[in-house]
Design a protein around this ligand. Sequence first.
Ligand SMILES: [Ca+2]
Ligand SMILES: [Ca+2]
Length: 350
Amino acid sequence: MTHHPILASLAVATLGLATCADAPRQAAPAAPDSEPEARAGEADPAGTNRSQDAGAAPDLETIAAGFGDAVPAGETWLKVETAGKAAPYGLWHETVMPGETLEISHEADFALALDGAVVSGLAAEHSWTAPAEAGAHELVAFDTEGRRQVLSVFVLTPLDDGETVLEGYRIGTYPRNTPEGLIRLADAEALSTPVSPNFTIGQFICKQQPGHWPKFVLVTDPMLVRIEALIGELQQENRTGADSFFVMSGFRTPFYNTAIGSARLSRHMYGDAADVFVDVDPENNVMDDINGDGRVTRADAEFLYDFASELFTGSDAIPAGGIGAYGANAVHGPFVHIDGRGRAARWGRG
Ligand SMILES: [Ca+2]
Ligand SMILES: [Ca+2]
């Protein structure tokens, strides 16, 4: 999925979206329940009754059409909440089980576009019921002032205990806490689906079965908030020209985790860990000389470790987790491990 320009069509019929278009549960007097989409070029009669709309009635399609392809700023413009929590960035992702209803709310009215089509009127609360099929969708929340927020919504493939292969992709067996479902990536195009301002889902896939589709993957919010905050701060302080990390190892299926002899309860199996480094100067699949001493060594991993440790310790908004520093060996260069285990853990720093 890419960032579609918002289309002017009203494809409400697709994907069972009739359930999404309305249902503002707050009894806003003129909420456009029965007339979810303003028609292009036609004043929305309901809009004239909204006491706080001083100007012309909003034409949602026109507003949505003006979005273009630009990714929204890192900050959360609308502070849209899903599942009782606000997205930490203006571009984020959400997972839902098939048929599960996503509740989306904000303190003021906003509208929704799904996969390029406006699918709701203005309201402070919306709900969207996921289709039965696993897949990725682009949900855009926007208001009449042109502010918007993007969520990549993944409808998961359910994973039953004891299920070891999904559509030919080896999952293996979780030693405990089997996830209720996995993100399904149907084809190479799905890899470019954004999950945060500086990361796509494709950066986290397991290295097994490279030519096989579909693939399955997970990423957790705490892990992603941590590496997103880290790359953002490195950019802010001009420590790197990288627009993302090189993710050496993200999600690992239990099958793969066992095959490489990793820890039995590795956070990687839950999408809650990433082994990362910066790699743009030069871009050569090896850590850059980020500490500027003219060499690429373990000291560069330790620089990233210290930078991360200081950043994470100093912020209440960043979830607790692990940081590990690693030097080079025969098969990889220096890197840091970042996870979101919920409590501070540190290792690998002498
Ligand atoms: Ca490099
Ligand atoms: Ca160095």
